[in-house]
Design a protein around this ligand. Structure first.
Ligand code: CTP
Length: 402
């Protein structure tokens, strides 16, 4: 999945011949899963029509402060457009537009939107080679980079003038690749490895029966998805769950029993920066697994159980620099019990679920949690979707690495 997926991209087009390539650029953004809105300078409409770009972006195209239809005049709010965007890309960026951007001129909608945008701004220059190397153009580039804008350098090749050299707008495919690489490098968990456990475990009684629980795995899978979106490499060790995750950054290891989950976690733990135990691991398992299906004979039947290994506690025992997060599901004396678990399992943070809170627990799309850190600082959170809770947990991880 592209890092551009779900991103809101504001594409600003200024008046150069390379504007015709923005049809392809919009198509590639949409293909990557982005939402696109286009702003054109009046001059750019000589090179490509708003209708083309509106059709491809599936949105109206803006080019002036007012839109006039038969009866109404509608003001195009440049502040709103700037606030909508996750990133703004100005391509092609002509020498004229770049110079105005560098000097705060805002005599068209694109420039006014640029000035009010709070998101990261990228610009892809396109001009003839002598203009590209002119000291005033180079001064514009420098100034814009000092403002925190990012230049997508022009490429070398044949130019519209017939000359050959630097100044051709970067090809649409290369602009997309540039943006993806740049955005990925800025992700807050880039380079971090995270081990996550999820789902229930099944403890076999005989070849057809087991002891299990109602955990769906959703919380752990949501944490894995969110961690990957933030750039982390994830090892997701999951007990039996129908959930799937397809992401290059997530390696899913399917296990069945607590012992298998324990083995998988210990295989990877030494190599990770963070471990998050969201699995509902069975606390007990049958002492003996019958080799054949148990037949019903007596009226009463007893299965002798023994404790499973506590995976989280075993990780707490051997942890070095890993940031270790556990979950606690409590029904009484919640805070006190959770604090004891922090100490007993040598955790850095615990995510407490209280079954007394409506909306928390197994099989629900929402969760209501309280964070307690190793200094016993307690932070209750609102009832949220499990996706939003996953983001909150990963914000704690990000804060740890700051
Ligand atoms: N956990 C684990 N291995 C186990 C049992 C639990 O890794 N065998 C982890 C869970 O993934 C969770 C945390 O320990 O992150 C807390 O689990 P919980 O069931 O709430 O607590 P327990 O330690 O099992 O204690 P109790 O059941 O007595 O409350």
């Amino acid at each position: 999945m592209s890092v551009l997926s779900g991103k809101k991209i504001l594409l600003g087009i200024s008046g150069g011949i390379a504007a015709y390539k923005t049809a392809t650029l919009v198509r590639l953004f949409i293909k990557a899963g982005a939402h696109v809105q286009v702003i054109m300078t009046p001059a750019s409409k000589d090179f490509i029509t708003p209708l083309t770009l509106s059709t491809l972006s599936k949105n109206p195209v803006y080019s002036s402060f007012y839109d006039q239809d038969e009866d109404n005049e509608k003001w195009n709010n440049h502040v709103e457009l700037g606030l909508w965007a996750d990133l703004m890309v100005i391509a092609p960026a002509t020498a004229n537009t770049l110079s105005k951007m560098a000097n705060g001129t805002c005599d068209n909608l694109l420039l006014a939107t640029y000035l009010s945008a709070k998101c990261p701004v990228y610009f892809a220059p396109a001009m003839d080679l002598d203009m590209y190397i002119h000291p005033s153009t180079i001064a514009s580039f420098k100034k814009l980079e000092q403002f925190g804008n990012t230049m997508i350098p022009a490429e070398s090749g044949e130019l519209a003038s017939g000359l050959s050299g630097e100044g051709r707008m970067s090809e649409p495919e290369n602009i997309v690749a540039f943006l993806e690489a740049d955005l990925e490098s800025r992700l807050p968990l880039k380079g971090k490895k995270i081990l996550i456990t999820a789902g229930p475990t099944y403890e076999a009684i005989d070849p057809v029966r087991f002891i299990g629980n109602h955990s769906s795995g959703k919380m752990g899978f949501d944490i894995a998805q969110s961690a990957a979106n933030l750039g982390a490499s994830v090892i997701l060790v999951s007990g039996p769950s129908h959930l799937k995750i397809e992401n290059n950054l997530v390696k899913v290891i399917r296990v069945v029993s607590a012992q298998e989950m324990y083995d998988a976690c210990h295989q990877y733990f030494a190599d990770v920066d963070v471990a998050i135990a969201a699995a509902a691991v069975a606390d007990y398992k049958p002492k003996i697994i019958a080799l054949q299906k148990i037949k019903k004979t007596a009226d009463d039947f007893t299965i002798e159980l023994e404790k499973t290994k506590d995976i989280l506690a075993s990780l707490g025992e051997i942890k070095k620099n890993q940031f270790l997060i556990g979950f606690a599901l409590e029904t009484e004396n919640e805070i006190e019990n959770a604090k004891l678990k922090i100490q007993k399992k040598n955790l850095d943070l615990i995510v407490l679920n209280s079954l007394q809170d409506k909306g928390a627990g197994f099989g629900k799309p929402t969760n209501k949690i309280t964070f307690i850190d190793k200094n016993f600082e307690v932070q209750p959170m609102e009832l949220k979707s499990k996706e939003a809770v996953a983001d909150d947990i990963l914000n704690k991880v990000i804060a740890h690495f700051l």
